[in-house]
Design a protein around this ligand. Structure first.
Ligand SMILES: [Zn+2]
Length: 220
């Protein structure tokens, strides 16, 4: 009896959380700082050796703090030192994996069948793409249910908008969602006792509606 009540409660909480969660990031910005293919930090569960463009690492950390993700592939291609990273010939031509701006994700400790362990991944997919083929920026392509070779029990693909870039080259800019201390789930910034004069906030300038339209092929 108690267990049944608990389960019902959990289900209700799930529904409430799903209903209240606004889809997608509320703002994005373009990063023009130079990119670099770097190892994925340990705080973001991933397959050994996986790497991404460092400019999406804060977004990945933010996601990993909210969804139990395990990254199975990030950048796929050669490194400057000649070593190869990621899977071989496993992505479509033009894939964002070849620029280090895509990840494939499965549930951390989950199964390869579409069971309850995939529920958070499904929520993440719907957060990034509430309507099929209409990803919320900064996401450029979201591969999940309804996309061949993707979906519950297979994997979720997330890629970020970026300047058109040739295969195995870093994009000139990447669109990301800003990750502040509060947004990142950390403690809000502490108020200082001695007020520090600050310049008035200028125009935000960071929010952009620019979309990457250069690559027509879907990133698999
Ligand atoms: Zn992928």
């Amino acid at each position: 009896m108690a267990r049944a009540a608990g389960l019902a409660c959990a289900a209700l909480l799930c529904l409430a959380a799903a209903a209240s969660a606004a889809p997608g990031p509320s703002a994005t910005r373009l990063i023009h700082a130079a990119g670099k293919i770097v190892p994925i930090p340990a705080s973001i569960p991933h397959e050994a050796g996986d790497m991404v463009d460092r400019r999406i690492v804060p977004d990945l950390r933010w996601i990993a703090q909210r969804y139990p993700i395990y990254i199975t592939d990030g950048y796929s291609g050669p490194l400057p030192n000649g070593e190869h990273v990621g899977c071989d010939n496993c992505h479509v031509p033009g894939s964002d994996h070849y620029n280090g701006l895509a990840v494939d994700v499965v549930p951390l400790g989950g199964s390869s069948r579409c069971d309850a362990s995939w529920a958070p991944i499904t929520r993440l997919a719907l957060w990034a793409e509430p309507q099929q083929n209409q990803p919320i920026p900064p996401f450029r392509w979201v591969g999940y249910n309804g996309d061949a070779g993707h979906g519950c029990g297979n994997h979720l693909h997330l890629s970020w908008n970026h300047a058109p870039a040739p295969q195995f080259q870093l994009a000139e800019w990447v669109e990301v969602f800003p990750v502040g201390p509060a947004e990142a789930g950390g403690e809000p910034p502490r108020k200082k006792r001695t007020p520090t004069p600050k310049p008035p906030p200028g125009p935000s300038g960071g929010v952009s509606t620019v979309r990457s339209g250069g690559l027509s092929a879907r990133g698999d």
